[in-house]
Design a protein around this ligand. Structure first.
Ligand code: NAP
Length: 259
């Protein structure tokens, strides 16, 4: 399928690895030039070079913390005028409801709610001026079904989801869509980090913790970054202009719900 976005330009945040990289790769395959961000310069440049070589697209990198004001400014300096924005950042740490104080919540809100909102606010006006734009936020299945040990994530991502629900409907008439992608468990470093916590708590190996979790998923496996990226590229495509303010769950059936 021709996604109709060859030659457009995208900012993909937190994209040297994992789901962000999956999105970047699928956009590159569709012929989209990229501004890629992550904190670590080495992995970021390696990803950029791999995408340049594989797809012949132009890739600019900005090594910076996207959740910090200075980092965001550096990224936005390169990304001005992009047609496509994919927001992403690391997830907050797990814990118990009683663990977190105000500073922990502020950090989670900064990373997973206020950062994507700041990026949307900065890049949306140019999309509106052009009459075309796509925003995809990587959130979490925790928006639909809370994950008890990820209370910070449950809270911050729900806030972003509410903002997007209202904003998407304000800008849809300008040719700009905003949607969220809700990952269930995917095989990335983040999954290893979460399974590592379970392994430690239950005194089992990482492989055992992973197998235990896979057994709870109807698909009996974790998702891949490539599958996730393919959906992202479709949401960013010319074909997806009528998909507005939606929350697309990719979880192998893990959340047991009719809708
Ligand atoms: P990952 O494999 O750990 O990759 C995270 C990527 O983000 C890396 O490229 C990392 O590079 C970059 N990054 C992290 N913090 C950053 C920051 N502050 N500024 C710029 N770049 C940053 O994680 P993932 O699995 O792809 O997860 C992506 C998001 O989806 C996270 O918010 C996660 O909580 C959420 N999620 C993931 C899953 C899952 O199963 N994988 C499920 C639900 C939700 P540097 O470290 O070099 O910055």
């Amino acid at each position: 399928m021709d996604l109709g976005i060859k030659g457009k330009r995208a900012l993909v945040c937190a994209a040297s690895k994992g789901l962000g990289r999956g999105c970047a790769e699928a956009l590159a395959e569709a012929g989209v030039d990229l501004v890629l961000n992550a904190r670590g310069a080495e992995a970021l440049e390696a990803t950029a070079e791999a995408l340049r070589t594989a797809y012949g697209v132009n890739v600019v990198t900005v090594a910076a913390d996207i959740t910090a004001e200075e980092g965001r400014a550096a990224v936005l300096a390169e990304a001005a005028g992009v047609d496509i924005l994919v927001t992403n950042a690391g997830g907050p740490p797990p814990g118990l409801w009683s663990d977190w104080d105000r500073d922990d919540f502020i950090k989670a809100l900064d990373g997973n709610m206020l950062t994507p909102i700041a990026l949307i606010k900065a890049l949306m006006p140019a999309m509106i001026d052009k009459g075309w734009g796509r925003v995809v936020n990587i959130t979490s299945g925790s928006v639909k079904a809370p994950i008890p040990q990820l209370g910070l994530s449950n809270a911050a991502r729900a806030g972003l989801t509410g903002y997007v629900a209202g904003t998407a409907r304000q800008v849809a008439s300008k040719g700009v869509t905003i949607n969220n992608m809700l990952p269930g468990i995917h095989a990335t470093d983040r999954a290893d980090q979460l399974d590592g916590g379970v392994a430690k708590a239950q005194n089992i190996t990482l492989a055992e913790a992973t197998a235990q979790r896979q057994a709870t998923i109807p698909a009996r496996r974790y998702g891949t970054a490539a599958e996730f990226g393919a959906m992202c590229a479709f949401l960013c495509s010319e074909k997806a202009g009528f998909i507005v303010g939606q929350n697309i769950l990719l979880d192998g059936g893990a959340i047991n719900a009719t809708l």
